[in-house]
Design a protein around this ligand. Structure first.
Ligand code: SAH
Length: 232
């Protein structure tokens, strides 16, 4: 009798766990066909992409599209990047435990969550107050305690928490802000889309060694423009 009661009590839990994430299979397929197939091999990045529930970062209307091979609107004329681009930028900054990251352009919070699965702490800044509020609430509900968000102009970086081992800028400008270069730690890496914000940009990676910065120009990409707050 007692055994029966225990089984009855735990069965719904097992059934519930099994159905907890109806998108898990789609997410695995996304990683296999869009990310590994295009050459991403960093194990931390792949694990994070398999884990973070991207469908919870897009408007409910687009949940069924969350794992498709394209960017999606997140409101306020902004977009969440295509899954491959998130994985590519994540691998480029060489994330690992023990590192601290700064993201400019929290948007939905998805890129921050992917990084937070790997590094110790992610600081993320968003310039649209509504998006800043929504993503902070979402990340809290999902239990990301190692992401610190704020509303503000990321052009200025976040000097109180600098230097950063990783800086990811997810909005485009025609140059890399000087303050972000300065806030990059020794041995650190920064990735940002640089070029004409209205057209196509190039992904640029900066790496700092012995105080000197090396610059690499990579793939053409398209991002929404980096904005500025008027008072700055
Ligand atoms: N990383 C996001 C995608 C963001 S789209 C995600 O994973 O969903 C780019 C974001 O950068 C937009 O939300 C935009 O409002 C924000 N942004 C633009 N200029 C900014 C600035 N100067 N500081 C902080 N955020 C900025």
């Amino acid at each position: 009798m007692r055994l029966f009661v225990i089984i009855v009590l735990i069965m719904p839990g097992i059934v519930f766990c099994g159905q907890k994430d109806p998108y898990a299979a789609k997410r695995d397929r996304m990683v296999d066909t869009q990310i590994i197939a295009r050459g991403i091999s960093d194990s931390g990045t792949l694990q994070a992409m398999r884990k973070v529930p991207r469908h919870l970062f897009v408007p409910a209307l687009y949940a069924s599209e969350a794992y498709s091979d394209r960017p999606l609107p997140i409101g306020y004329s902004q977009t969440i990047s295509q899954p491959f681009i998130v994985a590519y930028m994540t691998q480029l900054v060489r994330p690992s435990r023990g590192k601290t990251a700064l993201e400019i352009g929290t948007g939905s919070g998805y890129q921050a969550a992917v990084l937070a699965e790997i590094v110790d702490t992610v600081y993320s800044i968003e310039i649209i107050p509504e998006l800043a509020r929504e993503s902070a609430a979402r990340l809290k509900v999902l239990g990301y305690r190692n992401i610190v968000t704020k509303y503000g102009d990321g052009y200025l970086g976040w000097p109180e928490h600098a230097p950063f081992d990783i800086i990811i800028v997810t909005a485009a400008a025609d140059h890399i802000p000087q303050l972000l270069r300065e806030q990059l730690a020794e041995g650190g890496r920064l990735v940002m889309p640089v070029g004409n914000p209205a057209f196509v940009q190039e992904l640029v990676v900066l790496s700092k060694r012995n105080g000197r910065i090396r610059e690499q120009r990579l793939e053409p990409v398209r991002f929404v423009p980096l904005r500025r707050l008027k008072e700055n």
